[in-house]
Design a protein. Structure first.
Length: 132
């Protein structure tokens, strides 16, 4: 709201934005779902590997996995689905493989290819400690 504006600039900085950023930087799970939604809009056309390492590392890995699984089931935009699948490929676990294999036969080539790549990442014996 205009009442919580801290700075006058083209993109006003609101107290709620500052609080959200601080919670995100601390890895607070209460902002994780919204943070992923916000970032999907911004990163749907880019490679996300750095995003995984730099930005999601602050959050508990289990909570990230849960939020990504939830996003996978509600998202319909194929570009956002591609990003979600790539993220699952980087931070997912063995239990995600069954769901990914279903998506390999998706009508959308973008989704099918991303699901295939994510499956390859998760089944790579050198990526997950549980395969060692």
């Amino acid at each position: 709201t205009p009442e919580d504006t801290l700075l006058d600039s083209p993109k006003d900085t609101r107290l709620s934005d500052v609080a959200f950023r601080q919670l995100k930087d601390r890895g607070d799970e209460h902002v994780l779902e919204q943070y992923i939604k916000n970032e999907l809009d911004h990163h749907k056309d880019y490679d996300i590997h750095d995003w995984v390492i730099e930005r999601l590392a602050a959050f508990d890995r289990t909570k990230v996995q849960e939020a990504l699984r939830e996003a996978l089931h509600v998202e319909e935009d194929e570009k956002k689905l591609r990003v979600i699948l790539e993220l699952i490929g980087h931070v997912g676990r063995d239990s995600d493989i069954t769901e990914l294999e279903k998506l390999i036969s998706a009508e959308s080539d973008v989704v099918a290819n991303a699901a295939f790549e994510a499956t390859l990442r998760l089944t790579d014996p050198l990526r997950l400690a549980e395969h060692w």
